[in-house]
Write a protein that binds this ligand. Structure first.
Ligand code: PLP
Length: 291
């Protein structure tokens, strides 16, 4: 499948306060963010021209940067306005939205106290998979070799680029074996999340999901918990061990990209996407399009 490289597309990218033609949004190869992983980003979706939970994403963007000891040099309001401007200027209705911030080139060593913080915002087409019946087949997951790190070893509440290194390695390994993705355990061997989404299970009509104590407490995760509670479905956020997976009926992922995606396999465990996955998928679609 050939995909037009992301540096060769048409449109506009907001960078450091200005809207630039897509192909002119460059950074120098000697950028601290590239060499030392001092970069944070967001992943958002606009539906019908409006970004879902935009403010929550912008606030998380600022928090992520603070956890990496830098400050986004634009206020929440400025980032909010810039994101909407990029969506509008690119003539997008439904799209993916990617703010990113990184330390620049003034210092190229571990310490970079005085490096300028750069910020860019791009949007691109990433259609949601609306065919519910297709989604209800469920995706197949491997179990990753890498684990989510101990919160004492990394700023796990930051959506930091560096924390995705083990996600890319794990997803590649899973794809090579024919799986769609990999479920990651945490540093203590308990169920954590996937490489770009949170994970849920169902049992006896209730939902069980790992406590987000060493991985991203996704905005979609919180939305889906809220939707389930509105339906009167019990939600248990708790520690889940891998051997418990044989006792669950349904499994699904949540994330800005994944939205609500049913799962049919996790390693040796099998699941049957059912009513709870279907209901939450439909409720989520209704919620993101409600404006
Ligand atoms: C590793 C990881 N976990 C969880 C999530 C879910 O977060 P959100 O629902 O805020 O998109 C994401 C991003 O989608 C992610 O990359």
């Amino acid at each position: 499948m050939s995909v037009l490289p992301f540096d060769q597309r048409e449109g506009f990218i907001w960078m450091n306060g200005k809207l630039l033609p897509w192909k002119d949004a460059h950074l120098h190869v000697l950028s601290h963010g590239l060499h030392y992983g001092s970069s944070v980003f967001e992943g958002e979706r606009a539906y019908g021209g409006k970004i879902f939970k935009s403010l929550e994403h912008t606030e998380r963007f600022h928090r992520s940067a603070e956890l990496l000891d830098f400050k986004i040099p634009y206020s929440v309001d400025e980032i909010e306005a810039a994101k909407q401007l990029v969506v509008d200027k690119n003539g997008m209705d439904s799209c993916y939205v990617r703010p990113v911030a990184w330390r620049g080139s003034e210092m190229m060593a571990v310490a970079a106290q005085n490096a300028t913080i750069h910020v860019a915002i791009a949007v691109w087409d990433w259609p949601s998979m609306f065919d519910v019946n297709e989604k209800m087949r469920g995706i197949r997951l491997d179990i990753a070799e890498y684990r989510r790190p101990d919160p004492k070893t990394a700023p796990c509440n930051s959506k930091a680029a560096g924390l995705y290194m083990i996600c890319t390695i794990s997803k590649h390994a899973a794809e090579r074996k024919g799986y769609a993705d990999a479920m990651m355990l945490d540093w203590q061997g308990r169920v954590a999340e996937c490489t770009g989404a949170n994970i849920f299970f169902t049992k006896d009509g209730a939902i069980h999901t790992p406590t987000a104590d060493c991985f991203l407490d996704g905005i979609t995760r919180r939305t889906v918990i809220d939707l389930a509670q509105r339906r009167g479905i019990g939600v248990h956020e708790r520690r889940i061990t891998p051997d418990e997976l044989s006792g669950f009926n349904e499994c699904f992922l949540t994330g800005t990209g994944a939205e609500v995606t049913p799962v049919s396999e996790v390693g040796p465990y099998r699941f049957t996407p059912g009513n709870i996955s279907r209901t939450l998928m439909e409720d989520y679609t209704a919620e993101v399009n409600k404006h």
